[in-house]
Write a protein that binds this ligand. Sequence first.
Ligand SMILES: CC(C)C[C@H](N)C(=O)N[C@H](CCOc1cc(O)cc2c1C(=O)N[C@@H]2C)C(=O)O
Ligand SMILES: [Mg+2]
Length: 327
Amino acid sequence: MSNRHLEITAVSSPLRAAFAISRGAKTEAVTLRVRLQQDGATGWGECVPYARYGETVESVTAAIEAMRGAIEEGLTRVELQERMPAGAARCALDCALWDLEAKTSGTPVWQLAGLPEPKPVETAVTVTLDTPEAMAEAAKTTQGRLLKLKLGGAEDLKRIEAVHLARPDARLIVDANEGLLPADFPAISKAAAGLGVVLIEQPFPASDDEALVRRPAPVAICADESAHTSSDIQDLARRYDAVNVKLDKTGGLTEALAMVHAARASGMGVMIGCMVAGSISMAPAVLLAGLCDAADLDGPLWLKEDVANGLTYRDGWVEPPTGALWG
Ligand SMILES: CC(C)C[C@H](N)C(=O)N[C@H](CCOc1cc(O)cc2c1C(=O)N[C@@H]2C)C(=O)O
Ligand SMILES: [Mg+2]
């Protein structure tokens, strides 16, 4: 018998500025927060329901709610992996269970998970999809030296050229969110390295992965919408050079760790990424960044207001979470 108690809260956080990608724009971050209480300790987890993967706030809430009985009776994190599919709902519960275990045992998550001791992490900072001129202007005031440009249609090469001209000091990740025009790809991939691009993320729809064949190229190609869990890695390794691991896709830190190790074993690069969300979502990912080649964890920078004890960002670097936040 356990004395665990589960609370689920939907949180809407206004953004500092509209965030646009190839699929559309948004002005608020909608997340689900899970709080687990047991023996005077509290564990937190958070997730982002994502329509691209068939998730809504209602469906993810219902999936978490369906686990209430098992969770409150003491379901373990390992059992959770067998009882729930990957995705946002499991992410919130898995992360809350890690945090709760850290709080009840007095051992930080990074040690429980066998991760390297946390250090500040350089993160990409996103320049939202806009005209080439507007993206160049935004890039001038974007912190850090690793910028992530959203692409999505005609003028993509001009967008990259304009931002490179505005910020020649910055390394660029370009993320098309499946929206790159196939006709534009040869020119972009040819010019990319000379324009400061270090990674091209999910150029085409996941359903068109067959068209990609992994081959040596000056700029690596990274799967995002095509990459969910460790079971995808074998196929992806034949087509992509790297994967963007996000806890909302893997269904939490437990499977994210497995996915990072699987990608490494297949010789792939790994970026740890995020959805539009605050510091509770970022914290486990910041810890995992110690095993990754790159991090794209700028979610809290987009929120008008973050949680208490939120992560500290400075010049494109994020400090590890304190125990008061998570882990
Ligand atoms: C917080 C940054 C803006 C996020 C990160 N750098 C990033 O680029 N992540 C995206 C995922 C974009 O997230 C989206 C897109 C969308 O159309 C709708 C949503 C979200 C999201 O987080 N919440 C809503 C559902 C990436 O790597 O592709
Ligand atoms: Mg992406």
